[in-house]
Design a protein around this ligand. Structure first.
Ligand code: IPD
Ligand code: CA
Ligand code: CA
Length: 262
């Protein structure tokens, strides 16, 4: 690897913190400028766009040869080797409603493999980080998935696709099978925070269908490095993933539909 990953990590952390600070200046304010994208369940705010501008301008000035995939501005290709995969604000619906679970997610791939991930939740002041092969950390403390083995004591989360109102393939079938078995079901509203919460043992499992690479790139490295089991449970709905502590994941995976089920 040509460049120092620890230096990349330090830079990504500082961009995530800078973007997070800007998000907090908008949070619970009146100048969000909420706009619908695909529909009213798929929105973007001025804070998403400003966060993205900040992160991308740092990449352009420090690493001009690197490629970028970022939610609001799409794909920019400069080199085949390094690609930054960015969700400048994950949890926009929470953010726009004044709920505190939202974050910045920055992953870095080298020749297609994620080598570094940063997820920063500014209101919660929680920074999740990982460099491939070096473990996963929450605010500098090493994290690991939980050790629960009994599904009746498991607390798990999920999410629902943005086309849920027009497409019956909307995760309700999976929910109806998992919900009766677990201690608690949560809908936290930020895929990156859900994945990091499994990584830290706060949740025993999380699944969602129809996610995108920017939602999961940083989080999945953190999860892998924290000992999580990662299963891509279907191939026809973008990124559809179950992230779990291994014992609970083994029980939940067979409960998830592997194809549209309606
Ligand atoms: C969304 C969040 C949400 C998940 C959606 C994502 P966004 O991302 O991660 O939890 O359920 O599928 O699109 O739009 O807030 O970046
Ligand atoms: Ca997202
Ligand atoms: Ca987003």
């Amino acid at each position: 690897m040509a460049i120092d990953v620890d230096e990349l990590l330090i830079n990504a952390i500082s961009w995530a913190k800078e973007a997070g600070k800007v998000q907090l200046t908008y949070f619970r304010g009146t100048n969000l400028n909420i706009q619908a994208k695909l529909n009213e369940s798929d929105i973007v705010t001025a804070a998403d766009k400003e966060s993205e501008r900040i992160i991308i301008s740092h990449i352009h000035s420090l690493y001009p040869s690197h490629s970028i995939l970022s939610e609001e501005s799409g794909e920019e290709s400069n080199s085949g080797e390094y690609q930054w995969v960015i969700d400048p604000l994950d949890g926009t619906t929470n953010f726009s409603s004044g709920l505190p679970q939202f974050c910045v997610s920055i992953g870095l791939k080298y020749n297609g493999t994620t080598i570094m991930g940063v997820v920063f939740a500014p209101y919660l002041n929680e920074l999740y980080t990982s460099v491939r092969g070096e473990g996963a950390y929450l605010n500098g403390e090493k994290i690991h998935v939980g050790s629960e083995t009994d599904i009746s004591r498991a607390v798990v989360s999920t999410g629902f696709p943005v086309d849920k109102s027009t497409n019956a393939d909307n995760n309700l079938d999976n929910l109806s099978r998992v919900l009766p078995q677990v201690r608690g079901m949560r809908r936290m509203g930020s895929a990156a925070i859900d994945i990091c919460s499994v990584s830290a043992g706060f949740l025993d499992a999380y699944w969602e269908l129809n996610l995108h690479e920017w939602d999961v790139c940083a989080g999945l490295l953190i999860a892998e490095e924290a000992g999580a089991k990662v299963d891509f449970f279907r191939e026809d709905r973008n990124v559809s993933v179950l992230v779990s502590s291994p014992a609970i994941g083994k029980i939940i995976l067979p409960l998830l539909s592997k194809e549209p089920n309606y």
